[in-house]
Design a protein around this ligand. Structure first.
Ligand code: IMP
Ligand code: MG
Length: 217
């Protein structure tokens, strides 16, 4: 149930601030059952970052007519904002994958829910992710897209968690490095909800998590 009327607890904010090195912004708390989410990054800061990332795309892909491929569902808001700041000719497509596990981690068993439609061979491909956690999804995507023989294949993610260190290749473009916490908002969900929040919130009481099957998309 959406409740926006509780005020942020100062101590929780400090925890979020210290754990993420981000300046914890003021704002309402989001309560989802026993889960409690506090503001982490406000929309204006995200907007600035998206604009910086778009400028990188503009300079790196000038005259290359890249295809930006969004990984659904999480990246839909990020990609929509990003592409409107991109000023060079480009194309876009989506792929939808999911991985299942208890709690909030991906299992590495990735399923394609919607495949891409574009011709990848001979093209410059930029995969656009919302967040990389273990990196298993992105590792799967790398193999899948390399098999199609693109001219270049790069990865952009808005958020990167430290556990992704287990990915054995560099992520080319990263928006925010965050702590090993669970976040929602700006396209990111918990159990498919909260994608519509403009700001990003971090779970402040991870011990209250339910061990239930969640479809990570
Ligand atoms: P990975 O395969 O472990 O890198 O998981 C990546 C996917 O898990 C992301 O694309 C998200 O769909 C989901 N995910 C990982 N961490 C979070 C989070 O903090 N909030 C919401 N979704 C997440
Ligand atoms: Mg995702």
């Amino acid at each position: 149930m959406a409740i926006f009327d509780e005020h942020r607890h100062a101590e929780t904010t400090i925890v979020a601030y210290e754990r993420t090195s981000e300046q914890a912004p003021p704002g309402p708390v989001v309560l989802d059952g026993r889960l409690r989410f506090v503001p982490l990054i406000l929309h204006e800061r995200i907007r600035q970052k998206v604009s910086e990332l778009a400028m990188i795309v503009n300079s790196e892909y000038e005259n290359l007519n890249p295809i930006l491929i969004g990984v659904l569902n999480g990246s839909f808001i990020f990609l929509a904002d990003l592409i409107r700041e991109v000023t060079i000719p480009c194309e876009m497509d989506f792929i939808k994958i999911s991985s299942y596990e208890k709690a909030m981690r991906s299992s590495g068993v990735v399923k394609i829910k919607k495949d891409f439609d574009c011709q990848v061979r001979g093209r410059h491909i930029l995969i656009v992710e919302d967040i990389i956690d273990s990196g298993r999804s992105i590792r799967y995507l790398k193999q899948k897209f390399l098999a199609e023989k693109p001219t270049s294949l790069k990865f952009m993610t808005l958020f990167l968690k430290p556990d992704s260190a287990e990915v054995d290749f560099p992520i080319d473009y990263v928006g925010f490095k965050i702590a090993n916490d669970f976040i929602i908002g700006y396209g990111l969900d918990h159990a498919q909800r909260w994608r519509n929040l403009k700001d990003v919130y971090v779970l402040s009481n991870a011990d209250a998590l339910d061990e239930k099957e969640i479809d990570l998309t």
